[in-house]
Design a protein. Sequence first.
Length: 241
Amino acid sequence: MPREMFGDVVNPSIKVGSRPWYSVPLSIIAHVLILGAIIVIPLMAADVLPTPQAAMSAFVAAAPPPPPPPPPPPPAAAAPQVQAPVTNPNAAPVEAPSEIKPEAPTTGLGEGVEGGVDTGVGAVVGGIVGGVPDAPPPPPPPPPPTQPVRVGGNIKAPQKVRNVNPVYPPIAQSARVQGVVIIEATIGPNGKVQDARVLRSIPLLDQAALDAVRQWEYTPTLLNGVPVPVIMTVTVNFTLQ
């Protein structure tokens, strides 16, 4: 057993100098070619492979575009034009004159005008300077209204010139009915009552009030100097004695 274990040491199977002489140079050349291929091939593929900057830019978002240029400044405002003051030759002077010149004599514009007046201003044949022609006559007043107008404003109430007291109905006295009946009366141009109607009624007293009002008379109501019919409100008072 010990002999078998240490047999290779005592009697080695591989001996130095047993290989041919050209095996070592061939091995060196083969290693050189392999190392050259490992170095040259990556250099030749540098144009195909992405550069580190390109590889990094693939993971980085594209940079935003530059901001637009600022807008041009607004044009300078034009200076306001100052208008030269307009001088009026007929305006009163601001400063007192150093001397007073005599006025030139006026030429009589009315000389030689028959019937005119020589005033140096002008003349009118057969007239007076500064006069006005005959004014047209005033327009005629408007015609009086045909419909009755209500009393109020410029229309004054007429004055009563004839009064007739109402007759108290016996039935109303028996029923002890009293009060005020309001009537709207239409008074004609001659001052007499043309029409009457009850505005506030007391049934037992209405007819007696209408009979009395229709006998009343008033002064005529004038509008532009012409008598016109008017409408007014009157009251009839019934009181028990």
